[in-house]
Structure formats: structure tokens, C-alpha cells
Design a binder for this molecule. Sequence first.
Ligand code: MLC
Ligand code: AMP
Length: 472
Amino acid sequence: MLLASLNPAAVAAGADLGDAVRIDGVSLSRSDLVGAATSVAERVGGASRVAVLATPTAATVLAVTGCLIAGVPVVPVPADVGAAERRHILADSRAQAWLGELPEEAEGLPHVPVRLHARSWHRYPEPSPDAAALIIYTSGTTGPPKGVVVSRRAIAADIDMLAQAWEWTPQDTLVHGLPLYHVHGLVLGLLGSLRVGNRFVHTGKPKPAAYARAVRELGGTLLFGVPTVWSRVVEDGDAARALAPARLLVSGSAALPVPVFDGLAALSGHRAIERYGSTETLITLSTFASGERRPGWVGLPLQGVTTRLVADDGTELPHDGESIGQLHVQSPTLFDGYLNRPDATAEVLGDDGWYHTGDVAVIDSSGMHRIVGRESVDLIKSGGFRIGAGEIETVLLQHAGVREAAVIGAPDADLGQRIIAFVVGDAQPDELIDYVAQQLSVHKRPREVRVVESLPRNAMGKLLKKELAQWV
Ligand code: MLC
Ligand code: AMP
């Protein structure tokens, strides 16, 4: 059973000890979760796909849980989604309804509300492990986001692998304040907790003081954050020191800078666990609760995962801690393809079952991995969000005041990378930042727009992004 801790028989037999989920001022026991989510399942059962505006609320928790009980694939929609991205996700996924919260514009879809106090004790048969659980939209280097089809089997396998690596048990209290529309917050944080059976606390926003409070007042033991969160925790020394009683601090979704690792260790006494993955593979590498934690390195393959390093000419490179190559992964947690995009799937998933991550890495003789960077400069990670430069350029070019646009990710101490757009035209920078926030998602907006006379191009007219990066 995917959400093993919600097994109705176990809940009825008294496994329901206190609150299982705390979010947005609402506490739900395991029996509340089963009753209310099964009531959701009754209302969506039979749908082929539903969209959930994934705000950090109890409605989102119950919507996703209800769909997983009924075997209805969920399309999580970013809580801060803009108009063009929302239309794309709905059209591409062919979601049949909005379940839970309604966005500003429903785009003509019917609405199925989530009722927090409704209860149903109907028992659903467990859907096939091969069935799709989630379709998560994620950015590529060009074009609009693609829907990554994630099976129930992949999710269950990943959580089990991580539970083993992190010695994660029902006695843990997992704390995070991350979005519930990506792998980190939704799959690992929420679904992980509902599978393992630990208490789950969502802090709303991942503010350092909120993490400190969750440890102090709620006994948080297992804390998740993207590097930006940990860097802000280190900046706030009191919050960092308050995390000392926790069991594990886990960082992922982007590279954890060594000074942040060191700062956390000095202030909280915790050497953070790093782990690495993607929407397409879920989490495949991690350091272990009982093993070495090496700053700047993301860890070893989880059980069942194999990796290889491949050179540009296709030959395999040695695991010598120095050779840099493209990282390929084989894992029971791989996605089932991009929805409606067999072409794009074939580009990253070989016939031999190896997924080409697009990341460049080294592996040492003990199997420890270091992520060196990405193959493409057009895939940006900002605050742990994956954002395609092409996606933003396309939107900017739709603005009447923009003739040319080029987007890069510049190094940023807080966000890892900061999105900067260079435009040729007569629009105002603030107006363009707002325009992207309204069309895509607020978190995809450029943090800076520079209006320039012309963009650097070679003799063929090709944009020279490396040169642009040097302008910053
Ligand atoms: C600012 N705001 C605007 C705006 N400018 N709103 C509208 N229009 C504009 N032009 C508002 C925002 O709405 C928000 O309001 C506030 O300003 C701050 O927003 P922000 O600047 O974007 O937040 P910031 O503090 O920079 O965010 C940092 C962060 C965030 C760490 C909280 O980046 C984050 O949550 N990252 C997590 C990403 C993640 O989970 N990735 C996992 C991918 S899965 P308000 O009111 O909302 O505060 C994956 C797999 C794996 O990668 O390995 O895990
Ligand atoms: P996403 O699909 O949003 O999960 O983004 C996946 C990408 O995030 C990976 O391909 C990496 O580029 C990056 N990533 C995730 N975790 C880490 C990590 N621990 N260190 C460095 N990069 C990471």
C-alpha cells in the first residue's frame, strides 16, 4: 500500500496516535486523514486526472491523499502559478476538474471542493503500483514545462530507499516549509510521511524561526530544506543553534555550498545530509545517517540505484574522483515518460533504461558523487526551483515592449542562481518582472532585468550566453 500508514485497518486498530499532519493551523489525526481523504476519493473516483492548486493547506493534503486512495492521478499546480503556465498545464494534462482550492481563473474547469469535516469509511482496493500517481510539470531548457509521469511504484520505492538511508521511522517528526507541488515538499515530505507513518509538520514558509519553533515546540527531528533555506538558517545564528536537538538536517534540490554546510555544523552541531535527484528520477543519491557526510559531495547510490559517468564520445569514465562526465542513472524510481512527449522522453531515456540527468559529475572510488554543474546553461536552479531560460525568454518576447530577450542564471549567495534577463526594447524592467510573474509563476520572475542596446551574438547570429554571463 503506497500510503501505508493510512491503512484503514491499522488506523481502526488504534495506530492513530495524536496528530499526523499539521499544516496552516489545522491538525489532522490519521483517522481524520483516512476519513476526510476517502470522502474526497468518493467525489473524484473515476476521473482520469484532476488538478490541485497546491497551496500549503490541509485542503491540498486531503486532495492529494484522496486521489491516491481512489487511484486518480494528480496534477499539482504551483500555488503561485501565472496565467500562461496555468493554461498550458491544464491543456497539456487534460485535467478534468480543480480539486480543493480554486485559482484566480478556473479556465472553465468544474470545481470539486475539499470538505475538511466530511468523513467516509469506504474501503478502496489498492490501485496498481504501475498506475500514475502524479504528473509533475517541470521545466526544460526550451519550451513550456513538461508533465513528468510518476508512478506509485516509483514513489514507494524512493521513500523506502530513503527511509533506509536516513533511518527514518514513525518516531520522527518531519518538518519543512517547502512547496507542495514538487518532489521535495510533496513526494518526500508529505507522501514520505504518510508512507513511513511519522508526524508531518508544514511551517507555511521555510523561515529559519519557523524551523526553530518546530524543533523546540513540536519536537521536529527530520528537517528538509533547499540550500537557500539552510543558508538563511545559518545567517540567523539563533535559529541554527535551536536546531541542535533535531536528528537529521537534510539538504537537496540544488548544491549545498560548503560554507553553508560548515556554518550549520558549527552552529547546530549537525553535519547536513545531502541528497540528489530530479523530478524524473526522484532521489537517487544520498549520504547516509550512519555514513560519511562530505561537504560538497551528494552521496552514494541508494539501494537499487546504479550510476555511470559518460564522456562526450560515449565512453564510460573511471570512478577516480577526478574524471568529469555526464551522469546517467538507472533506478527503480525512474519516471514513466513525459506526458504527450515521446520525443522528449527519448532524448533523456535510452533504450537501455539509463536516464541522462543533464548533470555533470565526478565519482570517487568509494562511490561518493560530486555534482560539478549542468550540461546546459539554459536550465537554471534558483532557490531550488528548476526554471528554463527558454520559457522566460518566450514570455518576455510576447511583451509588446521587447524585441529581443536572453535569460541567464547568475551566481547568487542566497538563491544559488539569480535569474537575470537582458532585453532589447523599450519596456521598463519592473513591468517585465511583473509580466513574467503573472504569466508563469511568481518564483520564475527575473530578479533583475537589464535593458541593453544589443545582445552578444556570433557571426551566425547565435546568442553568446557565456559572454552575457561575463557582463554580470
Ligand atoms: C515578489 N513577490 C511577488 C513579486 N515579487 N509577487 C508577485 N509579483 C512580483 N513581481 C512576492 C512573492 O509572491 C512572495 O510573497 C514574496 O514576494 C517572496 O517571494 P520570493 O522572493 O520568490 O521568495 P524567496 O524568499 O526568494 O523564496 C526562497 C524560497 C523559495 C527558498 C522560500 O525559493 C522556495 O520555496 N524554494 C523551494 C523550491 C523547491 O521546493 N524545490 C524543489 C524542487 S524538487 P509571499 O507572500 O508568498 O511571501 C527537486 C527534487 C529534489 O528539486 O532533488 O528535491
Ligand atoms: P528538479 O527536477 O527540480 O528536481 O531538478 C533536478 C536538478 O536539480 C538536478 O538535475 C540537479 O541539477 C539539481 N539538483 C538536485 N539536487 C541536487 C544536489 N544535491 N546538488 C546539486 N544539484 C542538485
